[in-house]
Design a binder for this molecule. Structure first.
Ligand code: AMP
Ligand code: MG
Length: 503
């Protein structure tokens, strides 16, 4: 059931927590706002009639000029480890949570205005976001969702001519971001670091109540232990999902880690073009703390910081000699969860249904080949999907698509021979495998150059490319013949793109 803006049902359950959890603060409107992007799919999640995007009141409300009945704007407090360094107080420095829209299916969606002005947590910042970074975050959420990976998404982008200074002068914008919750690892770290155990427990109870209701039947502290284990497992699976699609987040600070294990806070991220395990998407991370192949490790490190923060809850009623064991046990499960998930995802990419002992090495050898030759990750697996569908004895020398991606013919031929042998022992036929692989290996990912083109368009007042990419990335496994250029080799200038934290 779709409704007009004014008829949406708002609540703000987070604002019912004590004042220590947030600041009540109103958005500061941007001058002369315009609608840059509107996402009808997210509107549908909220029961919002997509026609509402065209109304002046819609832009005014999300620009903070009009207060919608039932909203209760707040900026949440949190802390975090940024690049490994403890920062005792952070918080929504430029994001304001209006509340949750409760839809007709009783789902609650946080609606947050990112770039809506100063808050108590703005520190040295200006409380603003620039058009460039909002376009990147808007498209990334949709691309991730299209790939079947859990993520925050966005309803809209509001633009303005208001100048905002970054490395150069840009224009301000507001991203209307939507998520089941924006609570982060860092939210827990804040109360733990202050020794505020009651607040820590209140926050955990809130999150479990709202998002882990299946654990409510367990008594405390077993409930907290089961919950922490689940957060660790979800984090491990998210790191695996990113790895399998060649995604590097870029800033995996604990304040950017969702307590739900969903993709959160897109900044200097990238889907890789050329496969390079040590790929660093973030220009401001020269040491590569958040390099592509560091993510699984960092995910674990971040879970360890969360575990430390939760010790007062997890060790409740636990004898001194056994304290910390629940955290250690959960962390010990991380690697197994990650590897099992990775194994499953990579075997799916190869179109394998059965499991054989040699599969792990088959995958590892392929990734080594792709790394050594800097093959295009997405294009290779898409080409492999077609190759695997053909006559399995077909001469690889005649398969131009694979050869073009992997300029090491002997190694490629040798690997494909092993792969072909392996595939012959599968129970499913060629057609079924082809279909499965095409549904697993996307033809399209959001490459940096594509986002860059959409940004350049938007900066010149042309918002059509944003909408074109949104639609394309919704179904990245389909062929989309009219969008062929997005599946081609990236243009030369794509190598020069440098994305930094400044957004
Ligand atoms: P991020 O790197 O975007 O995850 O941001 C880290 C912290 O800095 C968060 O607490 C943000 O709210 C804050 N922050 C980032 N950019 C700004 C800005 N332009 N103004 C105020 N606070 C900001
Ligand atoms: Mg952040």
């Amino acid at each position: 059931m779709l409704r007009p803006l004014e008829d949406l049902r708002w609540d703000n359950s987070f604002a019912r927590l004590p004042e220590a959890f947030y600041q009540q603060v109103r958005p500061t409107p941007l001058p002369d706002p315009t609608l840059v992007a509107f996402n009808p799919d997210v509107a549908a999640l909220l029961d919002l009639d997509p026609g509402e995007g065209g109304r002046r009141e819609f832009v005014a409300a999300l620009n903070g000029e009009l207060a919608l009945a039932g909203t209760q704007p707040i900026a949440a407090i949190y802390a975090g480890h940024q690049f490994g360094v403890w920062v005792p107080e952070l918080g929504d420095g430029r994001a304001i949570l209006l509340g949750e829209i409760v839809n007709s299916r009783h789902q609650r969606w946080d609606v947050q205005l990112k770039g809506a002005g100063l808050t108590r947590f703005s520190r040295m910042g200006d409380g603003r976001a620039v058009l460039r970074s909002t376009v990147r975050e808007y498209l990334a959420g949709e691309a991730m969702h299209g790939l079947g990976i859990s993520t925050t998404r966005s309803l809209a982008i509001i633009g303005s001519d208001a100048p905002v200074f970054r490395e150069q002068v840009e224009t301000g914008a507001v991203l209307v971001r939507v998520a089941p919750t924006h609570v982060r690892f860092g939210t827990f770290e804040l109360f733990a670091s202050r020794g505020q155990d009651a607040a820590l427990r209140q926050l955990a109870d809130y999150v479990i109540d709202m998002h882990f209701a299946h654990l409510l039947t367990l008594p405390a502290p077993a409930r907290y232990v089961a919950w922490y284990r689940e957060v660790v497992a979800r984090t491990a699976r998210l790191m695996a999902a990113w790895t399998a699609v060649g995604f590097a987040h870029g800033v995996l600070n604990t304040d950017n880690m969702s307590i739900l294990g969903i993709s959160l806070d897109y900044g200097p991220y990238a889907w890789m073009d050329a496969y390079d395990r040590g790929f660093i998407p973030n220009h401001s991370d020269p040491a590569g703390r958040y390099a592509f192949d560091q993510q699984p490790r960092v995910g674990l490190w971040n879970c360890a910081r969360l575990g430390e923060a939760l010790l007062p809850l997890l060790d409740q009623d636990v004898p001194a000699a056994s304290r910390g064991t629940a955290v250690v046990a959960a962390l010990e499960e991380y690697r197994g969860t990650f590897e099992a998930e990775m194994d499953q995802l990579m075997r799916a990419k190869l179109g394998l249904v059965g499991t054989e002992a040699g599969d792990v090495v088959l995958v590892a050898d392929l990734l080594a080949l792709l790394h050594d030759t800097r093959a295009d990750y997405t294009r290779f697996f898409r080409a492999l999907s077609h190759h695997a569908a053909g006559d399995s004895t077909r001469d690889v020398q005649r398969n131009d698509a694979l050869r073009a991606e992997v300029p090491a013919l002997e190694r490629l031929t040798a690997w494909l021979a092993r792969y072909t042998q392996r595939v012959l022992r599968e129970s499913i036929d060629v057609t079924a495998r082809h279909g499965r692989m095409l549904g697993t290996n996307p033809k399209f990912v959001l490459r940096n150059w594509m986002a860059q083109e959409a940004i350049a368009g938007a900066q010149a007042g042309n918002y059509a490319p944003i909408e074109e990419l949104r639609r394309l990335l919704q179904t990245p496994f389909d062929e989309h013949p009219a969008a062929e250029r997005y599946a081609e080799r990236p243009p030369e200038w794509a190598r020069e793109i440098a994305v930094s934290c400044s957004s």
